[in-house]
Write a protein that binds this ligand. Sequence first.
Ligand SMILES: [Zn+2]
Length: 364
Amino acid sequence: MVVFDKLEIRNSLTIEDIFELLQEWGGEPEFTSFGIISTTICHNEPGEGSRKLYYYENTGLFKCYTGCDSTFDIFELLIKVFDIQKKKVFDLNDAVRYIAFKFGISASYKDEAEDQLDDWKFLNNYDRVQNIELKTNKIELKEYDKTILDRFNYLVNIRPWLNEGISQDVIDYNKIGFYPGGDQITIPHFDPDGRLVGVRGRTLGKEEAERFGKYRPLYIMGQMYNHPLGMNLYNLNNSKEYIKIMKKAIVFESEKSCLLYQSYFNFDISVACCGSSLSNYQVQQLLDLGVEEIIIAFDRQFQEPQDEEWHHLTKNLRKINDKYKNFATISFIFDKNMITGYKSSPIDEGPEKFLQLFKERTIL
Ligand SMILES: [Zn+2]
């Protein structure tokens, strides 16, 4: 018999855990002074809602200021999200169990024989509906029809990205296009075997970007091209061979950083986790390739050392280190001298600065 205490589970969740869930559910979360702001995935499809779902760290509760106009906790949010995104009816017990398994919270877990319950079993139990198939320890995401990529415009000049240093060859190679219907740059996501598992759009319109967040899954003709971001590493299809040879991988937050890396360097060992959290599965994908060092190259998401964001970031990095240091060397590119701008990826300001930061990377 497995007994979970809802409050106990809720209290063991860190704000980074909440952030990770919101990210996985397409809420495009952002840390704020009081907690987190997300799109209203409580009553909208991901990418549809406004940024009016607030999470307050002091109470551990969410408040939706539009559609729901109410306060709820992470379990109730999960129930809402699963209903909307997976057409799956979860009760409170299911929700509590799901969260407990996901984050390995087992304080009240009574059945010792099942203590081994790991991510794969957990996915097998709960994510079948999302067409995630269990193949020993490999998860195959749902594949989208590649012909969708033919609908995008590849002739349009993606000037902002070219100006930032991404080469036209790299844009072509990665099938980066433009979807006029959404005023979005289109970024296809492939799994390591080159199957199309999602398409994300980078909104260009300023108002759109503010309302929906800059990145969101593409929504075309009634089809949402989303995928659980934590279940794939962007660009691993391109970089896996070099990663195997070098036994190192660089993990950026965003797709664009991989495109910059490809534009500057020949041996591409970059991937993007598409957010600021790294999942067990993503790390496992790298370990399966024989990596000995995982280089975390997240954005400079702090204005000055010791500010609120700095504490969030370093806490997040320490958490990653603690979780995975026994499996590989975890090193961090951390721009403590602030040679790049606020919110910059280490590669945003050119190869020279990147190489400097790379050389100065630290091991905790
Ligand atoms: Zn709502």
